[in-house]
Every structure is written in C-alpha cells, then in structure tokens.
Design a protein around this ligand. Sequence first.
Ligand SMILES: Nc1ncnc2c1ncn2[C@@H]1O[C@H](COP(=O)(O)OP(=O)(O)OP(=O)(O)O)[C@@H](O)[C@H]1O
Ligand SMILES: [Mg+2]
Length: 233
Amino acid sequence: MYFINWERNITTNLFERNKVVVKKTKSFTNLRHFLLIFCFTLISIFSGNPACPPEIGQRIVENESFEFRKKLKLIGINTPKLYSISYEEIIEEYIKGGNLYFYFHKEKAKDLAFQAGRITGILHKNGFVFIDNKCQNFVVNKDKEVIRIDLGFIQKSQSLFAQSIDVGSFLASILDLKPQIYTNAAKEFLAGYREITHNQIPYLSIILRNILALGFVYSHSNMIKNMINRRTP
Ligand SMILES: Nc1ncnc2c1ncn2[C@@H]1O[C@H](COP(=O)(O)OP(=O)(O)OP(=O)(O)O)[C@@H](O)[C@H]1O
Ligand SMILES: [Mg+2]
C-alpha cells in the first residue's frame, strides 16, 4: 500500500516480522490542521453554535499514544496495535481489510455501518468527539470488526455541535454512494449510534452533513439524489 494524502505519507512495511503501516507527517500537515480548525470554527459560528476550536500539536500525539489507545479499548473502541510513535512518524498494525468506504460498494455492509455508529456513540457517551469522523477513518479486520484509526483530532467535548460534526461527517463521507446503498448504510449507522445514546441524534447532524459533503464526495450526482430524497436519513 502506498497512499498519499494531504496529511501523511502512508506506506506498509515489516516491523518485528509483523506487517505494519508507517504514517509519516509531511510539511503540509500544519496547513491541513489549520484549515480543518478554520472550517470547524467558521461552521460553528455560521450555524449559531460557536464552539472552541479543536486542540492540535501535542494533543495529536497524545491521542495516538499507547495510553490513549488503552483507554479507548477499555470503553469498547478497538484501534490498531501501536508499535512506535513520535511527532514525525507512527508505526501501527496493518489491518488487512482496508477502510470502510470500499465495503459499501462490494458487499452488504449493514453490520459494519452499525458498528461505526456504535463506536461514535460510545465516544460521545464518554465525553469525547472524533471531529474527523469520515468512514475512511474506520478499517475492517479479518473478523469483520470495525477498528478506528486516525485518532489525532479526538477532543474532550460534549457540545452538541461537535457531536453533530461527528455524525454529519460520517454521513457526508458516504453521501455519494448509490441511493439504496446510502440509505441502508446511513440507517444502520444511526441505529448503532442510537443504541448507545438512548435514541438521541444530535440535532445539527443533517445540516452539517450537507455542508461537509461539499468537501468530501466524489460523485456529486449521487450526493444530490441522496440530499433531496426525503426517505433517507
Ligand atoms: N492501520 C491501518 N491498517 C490498514 N489501513 C490503514 C491503516 N491506517 C491507515 N490506513 C489506510 O490509509 C488511509 C489513510 O489513513 P489515515 O486516516 O490514518 O491518514 P490521514 O493522513 O489522517 O488521512 P486523512 O487526512 O485523509 O484522514 C485509511 O483510510 C486507510 O485506507
Ligand atoms: Mg484519516
């Protein structure tokens, strides 16, 4: 695997005979973080819910640390095994199944969407939010368990705005799937979320989904069909 994106170079390698993913920070990282914080703050102001901008810098390293992954495990959120971490580089277990987005195309992924919803609900119930909760930040292992990666932006917050960003960003990241597939995946994600939060969906989720989708999706025609379909969540 060789994956280039705005934030990091991501490659696979061998470490102590295990297949691992090596994530190297690039010079774009600070700019990308700044843009994310800027968008978060701007949307919070325009939606009438001004929220503190997410913390970055050292917080990102702490969120990916051995200790924090242990805490997540205790509350029921699985993450890849960490081998080493510094500001420049993270080495973690390679999860063979790849990210959740591709499952929606190739097989019935109802249960996987449900698990992602539960994971999001569990984090919220424990007083934290992901901020960057797109479905590409979930990977699937060989036992079809959903594992959360990319922990850097997790923040301590119980604000409805930040919780809505999590639900909205997940839905936005799948909004370009074919309408039938989107409807099933979104329903299951929300059912998993509701199971943990006793039926509470943060009320700004759908508005934020529509705003965030503009920056997330590949297929704008499916996105528009899904946005205007009254039967989809
Ligand atoms: N441990 C892992 N096992 C398998 N695949 C992984 C793993 N970590 C990352 N990936 C793959 O690399 C992609 C990007 O990883 P990650 O989200 O950690 O990087 P990023 O730099 O934060 O990306 P982005 O800015 O797009 O969120 C994931 O969507 C997934 O496909
Ligand atoms: Mg990511």
